[in-house]
Design a protein around this ligand. Structure first.
Ligand SMILES: O=C(O)c1ccccc1NCC(=O)[C@H](O)[C@H](O)COP(=O)(O)O
Length: 264
């Protein structure tokens, strides 16, 4: 049976073909954002007390509607005011209700690192990310082979962006030991079953090379989750729903960060 990832990838293939015709690479390269020097998320995390990367996410396959009412620029500005290290912006439209325009609006509102959160399967999307103001791209090991991870990481780095490689099990990690990425994220959500458990972050923590910044992603709800995962060497924590389901995600991030910092 096809998983949600299979369905998303299938959809992306069609979407990318269409976009390549509408907006060829030469068009993307003319974006003023294409020339900007990016912010480093790995450095921001190394220098941060909280390590929070706060996400803008309207809906998702596992939770459906989360929050459709807010403006992306206000949400990310709230996250920056809350002293988050950076923000993740979902740019997939069909399954998450996001867009590249969201990323561009976010870029215009903040001056901290922005992650393009999407399902990257083609170099075209990396160029699109740069042209829309991203500082970091997400590569999901479950939908790419090791060769693609290497090639895509090189392109992103050449364009001045960092790479967050997302894994969910030991095989995905082993397959990409040679990848030149700045950040590795362990997704606590199994993208096939939607089951969420921070146990997977704990299990994989010792297998991630020390020089790479470790991020725990998804299902993080309390300051205690963060304090506990920090003991396993995690420096970054990607949080979406916990903030987005509230009326004021920036304020909710601020209270969360204050609580973590108070507990240090
Ligand atoms: O969130 C989903 O339902 C989902 C389904 C299929 C692929 C990816 C999905 N989520 C992307 C993410 O990784 C999360 O948005 C991110 O880690 C934040 O998670 P959370 O704090 O649980 O909103």
């Amino acid at each position: 049976m096809a998983t949600i990832l299979d369905t998303i990838v299938q959809h992306k293939l069609t979407e990318i073909q269409l976009k390549k015709k509408l907006f060829p690479v030469s068009h993307l390269e003319r974006s003023p954002l294409f020339q900007r020097k990016g912010f480093s998320l790995s450095e921001a995390l190394k220098n941060s007390k909280s390590g929070i990367i706060a996400e803008h996410k309207r809906r998702s396959p596992s939770k459906h509607n989360i929050n459709q009412k807010l403006y992306v620029n206000e949400v990310v500005a709230g996250y920056q005011k809350a002293s988050a290290c950076g923000s993740s912006v979902l740019t997939d439209n069909s399954f998450f209700g996001g867009s590249l325009e969201d990323l561009q609006l976010a870029r215009a509102s903040v001056d901290f690192p922005l992650l393009r959160k999407d399902f990257i399967i083609d170099e075209y999307q990396i160029i699109e990310a740069k042209a829309s103001g991203a500082d970091v791209i997400l590569l999901i090991a479950a939908i790419l082979n090791a060769q693609q991870v290497k090639k895509f990481s090189k392109l992103a780095n050449d364009l001045g962006m960092e790479v967050l490689l997302e894994v969910h099990n030991e095989e995905e990690l082993q397959a990409n030991f040679n990848a030149e990425v700045q950040l590795i994220g362990v997704n606590n959500r199994n993208l096939k079953t939607f089951e969420v458990s921070t146990e997977i972050s704990k299990q994989l923590s010792t297998l991630i090379p020390k020089e790479i910044v470790k991020i725990s992603e998804s299902g993080l709800k309390s300051a205690n989750d963060i304090i506990e995962l920090r003991e396993f060497g995690y420096r970054g924590f990607l949080i979406g729903e916990t903030f987005m389901k509230t009326e004021n995600p920036g304020k909710s991030a601020q209270q969360f960060i204050e609580e973590i910092e108070g507990k240090k």
